[in-house]
Design a protein around this ligand. Structure first.
Ligand code: T1G
Length: 680
């Protein structure tokens, strides 16, 4: 029984129990509707409490029901019945009251919440808007500006904040919630219902508020349909009566629900959760305890990696070869923490607590009591092998040994140890303390317990982890290399670097390959002693145009590091191309887009075919969390499914004579095209 009821001294307590998150499935909606209807006609019932068992009050509509034929009662019907009841209804909120769950609570007349619980309307993160009255009732309760923030951004707020906004009437300790809600309901019998929908006292707002809000968040909302619809719906609450506002909300909701963007964002919701599952190892595979971590290398990556563990409460021993480098690394870690504190994201006590967990040392032997040791040194195989063979005699027997390599062969590194089963790759992305993605690289001999432990640990440090097999560049960088190769060819054939970048930015990526190269520095991997003007990039470095840091690279930069197209670079490329035998031509945006993105999809198909990635949605998670692929396009493989594998194949065949020597179309892609079948 998903919804149970019990009457206690005139108070009907309705309790849902639909694990894991009390999603408002058809069964729950029916149970709620039956209970509320019964309450209406039962004179013994003087008041109602709506509550839930398990870890949370309703965390929203059941997303797995989306796209399927609607089943009655709908959530708006249930909420209307709750609001219309002529007896006070109190919602008892714990855990994460989200989406349709908060809309149910807004349909209720009063809300009692557990301290430390959260409330929010995250529908916009699914490419939707609250579709069961949230856009009309929330502004009536918390005011227009607070409602805009909650609805158009979708971030949850604390119960404490909700009380300060008037959204929650009483805060209690979690263990006292149910009783407190019943007492609250009993005390409101005389007052009767207080309907959110009927309130107008908080609805006055200057029309400029909406324009200013959209302007202020333009960068964040770029390319997305849902935030604009959210703003329009909240505006309607200030201009229309409730019934008309609800009607517009429904229209906007239905339009978004049937759109590509919401399909992409819902795909990512489940893709992110699927990525955590490792298909071929048992769910109950034993996990190792990781209570102390070692990091070798205090550079940009080592420092960022270290912060993840310190912030998660795990002590870290940080090893460097020279004192100066060690001091620099520790100072950068403290500077990053201080910066977060300055922004109010951390208290000074939290900064000091994190720094107190850090043990900097020049002594590798200090790693002998670490449960996990992560090597984050220069990307040279020789150096990595030296470190791992040394670690083999230093690390304790059951320690996990990990390399942060971005490209190199993890099996070759593991082979220099007597314990390859304890070795894997943990490929963090820069800045490692911020980027959510973690590629967990599974070696040929990596033990299941080591893999399962790494996956659990990634959640603990706030990462979204994806398992990748061993190949050059794993999942993300291997596909990126295809795009980069085409970008370099396109500029020799006549496309301008700034046009190539513009096409990808218009597609939704934060920046293009040449802007990215200038940001990272064109001299990564460049050897001034061996340079020979063999590529455009080498020539730029030889001319000290090494990117933003030298004020010039592919672009010319002003003092605010704003880039502008460079006539000098345009001439330089044309001369280089001419010498290399290229006959430059005009290249349109469509060709640029197809030649940058289709080879990525093709490489993704190879990665799937080789079993380097467990599933296509993992590739999508890698690109969204590691490379800024626009969330509303779902990821490269989901995007390929939306346009069709046949379209990608036709595009690759159309440009085949342009691709680099040795470029091959994936047989797996051909099969998908022939079968007109999706990757996901
Ligand atoms: N529907 C169906 N399944 C859900 C679900 C939902 N709303 N939320 C979670 N799950 C599944 C999830 O797939 C996973 O399954 C398991 O529950 C545990 O989730 C009309 C239209 C609540 C904060 O967007 O943000 O209401 O992988 O691993 O980290 O306006 O889940 O185990 O098989 O994420 O503790 C709005 C979505 C819906 C909230 C818990 N609500 N959920 O996080 O566990 S739209 C949301 C979350 C809506 C109305 C509209 C999180 C969580 P499995 P988990 P967690």
């Amino acid at each position: 029984m998903t919804v149970k009821t019990q009457v206690t001294d005139g108070v009907l307590v309705i309790v849902s129990d639909n694990p894991p998150v009390n999603a408002l499935s058809h069964a729950v909606r029916s149970g709620l509707m039956d209970a509320v209807t019964a309450a209406g006609s039962d004179d013994a019932v003087k008041a109602v409490v709506i509550a839930a068992d398990g870890r949370t009050f309703h965390a929203g509509a059941d997303i797995t029901e989306f796209g399927k034929p609607p089943q009655s009662p709908s959530l708006p019907e249930v909420i209307e019945a709750i609001e219309a009841l002529d007896k006070p209804v109190v919602a008892a909120l714990h855990g994460t009251t989200l989406g349709g769950g908060l809309e149910v609570a807004l349909g209720a007349h009063y809300r009692v919440a557990a301290r430390g619980s959260k409330l929010g309307l995250p529908e916009v993160k699914l490419g939707l808007l609250p579709g069961a009255g949230g856009t009309q009732r929330l502004p009536r309760v918390v005011g227009v500006e607070a409602a805009l923030e909650m609805i158009a951004k979708g971030d949850p707020i604390s119960a404490e904040k909700a009380q300060s906004l008037g959204l929650v009437d009483e805060l209690v300790e979690a263990e006292k919630l149910r009783d407190a809600a019943i007492a609250f309901a009993r005390a409101r019998i005389a007052d009767g219902p207080r309907r959110s929908g009927a309130r107008t006292d908080k609805l006055s707002a200057d029309a400029e508020v909406f324009h200013a809000f959209a302007q202020k968040n333009a960068r964040r909302f770029r390319g997305m349909d849902a935030p604009q619809a959210c703003i329009e719906a909240v505006r309607a609450a200030t201009e229309k009566p409730l019934s008309e506002g609800l009607k517009l909300e429904r229209e906007l909701f239905t339009k978004l629900m049937t759109g590509d963007q919401s399909a992409a964002l819902r795909h990512l919701f489940f893709a992110e959760r699927a990525a955590a599952k490792i298909d071929d190892i048992a769910k109950d595979t034993p996990r190792k305890t990781v209570s102390k971590v070692g990091v070798i290398g205090a550079g940009t990556m080592g420092g960022g990696i270290t912060m993840n563990f310190l912030s998660a409460g795990i002590p870290v021993t940080l090893v460097e070869r020279e004192q100066a480098a060690l001091d620099r690394g520790v100072a950068t870690i403290r500077k990053n923490y201080e910066a977060s504190a300055a922004k109010g994201r951390l208290s000074q006590d939290q900064v000091e607590a994190a720094m107190a967990r850090l043990t900097p040392t020049l002594d590798m032997d200090a790693l002998s009591d670490c449960d996990l040791i992560i090597e984050a040194v220069f990307e040279l195989m020789r150096i990595k092998k030296e470190i791992f063979s040394a670690l083999d005699s230093i690390a304790k027997d059951d320690a996990i040994l990990a390399t942060n390599t971005s490209y190199l062969d993890v099996n070759e590194i593991a082979a220099v140890t007597q314990r390859p089963e304890s070795v894997l790759g943990l490929h963090f992305f820069s800045p490692a303390n911020i980027m959510k993605l973690l590629e967990i690289v599974r070696g040929a001999k990596t033990a299941d317990t080591v893999l399962a432990t790494a996956m659990d640990l990634s959640r603990k440090i706030g990462k979204v982890a994806v398992v990748a097999g061993v190949c050059h560049g794993f999942i993300g960088n291997r596909m990126l290399a295809q795009r980069q190769a085409e970008a370099n060819s396109l500029i020799l054939e006549g496309a301008k670097p700034w046009d190539v970048d513009r096409v990808l930015v218009e597609f939704g990526l934060p920046m293009g390959p040449f802007q990215m190269a200038d940001l990272a520095g064109l001299d990564i991997g460049w050897d001034p002693d061996a340079t020979s003007s063999s590529t455009v990039r080498e020539i730029l470095c030889e001319q000290d145009r090494r990117g933003q840091k030298t004020g010039a690279g592919f672009y010319d930069y002003d003092q605010n590091r704003r880039g502008a197209p460079s006539e000098h670079v345009e001439r330089l490329i044309a001369e280089f191309a001419d010498k290399a035998g290229y006959k430059q031509r005009a290249i349109d945006d469509q060709e640029i887009r197809e030649r940058l993105l289709y080879p990525m999809v093709n490489e993704g198909a190879k990665i799937l075919d080789e079993g380097i990635a467990q599933r296509a949605s993992d590739i999508d998670v890698v690109w969204v969390y590691g490379y800024g692929w626009p969330t509303y396009r779902g990821g490269p493989m989901f995007w390929a499914d939306q346009i069709g594998a046949k379209t990608v194949l036709d595009g690759l065949e159309k440009h085949a004579d342009r691709f680099a020597q040795g470029f091959e179309i994936s047989p797996f892609l051909r099969r998908k095209a022939q079968e007109n079948a999706p990757f996901n």
